[in-house]
Design a protein around this ligand. Structure first.
Ligand code: ADP
Ligand code: MG
Length: 254
């Protein structure tokens, strides 16, 4: 589904990603783990065209997408959430989720003003889809609330609803449960499992190792911008390089 070939990214000469290569197989959940500053978010930004990569190539369904704009990439069927929330604070929850559908023939302002019957029908369909996505995360009742008044955990889940509403082929999730309580984490974990069962392809950046071990088919480990291990959760857990990367960082911050 997704293939990274020797992908590198520098910030002012400092490498954040160095020749990272791995594939994300279709209909599987791949977890991307690694200590803080390993380059996980940078990798997601490069895949989605939010940041230009410095070197290497990215292929999505055998098409090279390196250098395409974020808009073009999302139109190809890749959607994402951000580690730091990016909702429209004044917009209500439903409309925030609807922005996840605007690539799919959402109506332009002019067309909306003309209010053709077809468009009204289409608008209703889109709203129903958005409500359905919100219901999955038990947020249907808050559809008319401005996003800014929601609790943090709800905001995270609105982002998830927005990311899945367009039924993307590839879903990139940057720490979707960070800051959620254990009950919320378990609920989101169940949703991710369900998406995975339905055949969605997911790349999940996550710190919660328990969750990763529970739901990942494949784990990719980044450390200081390098890919240091790829394998099943079991294989990666036992890998001495991985233990060292995590323990080393813990000692350094202790
Ligand atoms: P992670 O998500 O794994 O915690 P990041 O991808 O956020 O790591 O960061 C990787 C490295 O790149 C860090 O050293 C970070 O300081 C650096 N970095 C990230 N974004 C920028 C930026 N916009 N400008 C300069 N350096 C950055
Ligand atoms: Mg990050």
């Amino acid at each position: 589904m997704l293939q990274l070939d020797s992908l590198s990214k520098n910030f002012g000469g400092l490498p954040a990603l160095s020749q990272v290569s791995f594939t994300v197989p279709e209909a599987k959940l791949t977890a991307l783990i690694g200590p803080n500053g390993a380059g996980k978010s940078t990798l997601i930004h490069c895949i989605t065209g939010v940041l230009p990569s410095s070197d290497g190539s990215i292929f999505f369904k055998d098409q090279e997408i390196t250098g395409l704009s974020a808009h073009q990439i999302s139109q190809l069927g890749i959607s994402r959430t951000f580690q730091n929330l990016r909702l429209f604070p004044r917009l209500d929850v439903l409309n925030n989720v609807l922005t996840g559908l605007t690539n799919q023939g959402g109506t332009s302002m002019l067309m909306a003003m003309l209010r053709l019957p077809y468009l009204r029908h289409r608008e209703r369909q889109l709203k129903l889809k958005a409500l359905e996505a919100l219901d999955r995360f038990e947020l249907g009742e808050k559809a008319s609330w401005p996003a800014e008044v929601l609790a943090y955990g709800d905001k995270k889940r609105v982002e998830l609803a927005r990311a899945i509403v367009g039924k993307p082929d590839l879903l990139l999730l940057d720490e979707p449960v960070a800051g959620l309580n254990s009950q919320e984490t378990a609920a989101v974990g169940e949703q991710l499992k369900m998406l995975r069962r339905k055949g969605h392809t997911i790349l999940l950046v996550e710190h919660d190792m328990e969750l990763v071990m529970d739901i990942a088919d494949q784990v990719v480990v980044l450390d200081s911008g390098r890919c240091i291990a790829i394998g099943t959760p079991e294989e990666v857990r036992k890998n001495p390089l991985v233990l060292e990367a995590y323990l080393g960082k813990m000692e350094a911050t202790a």
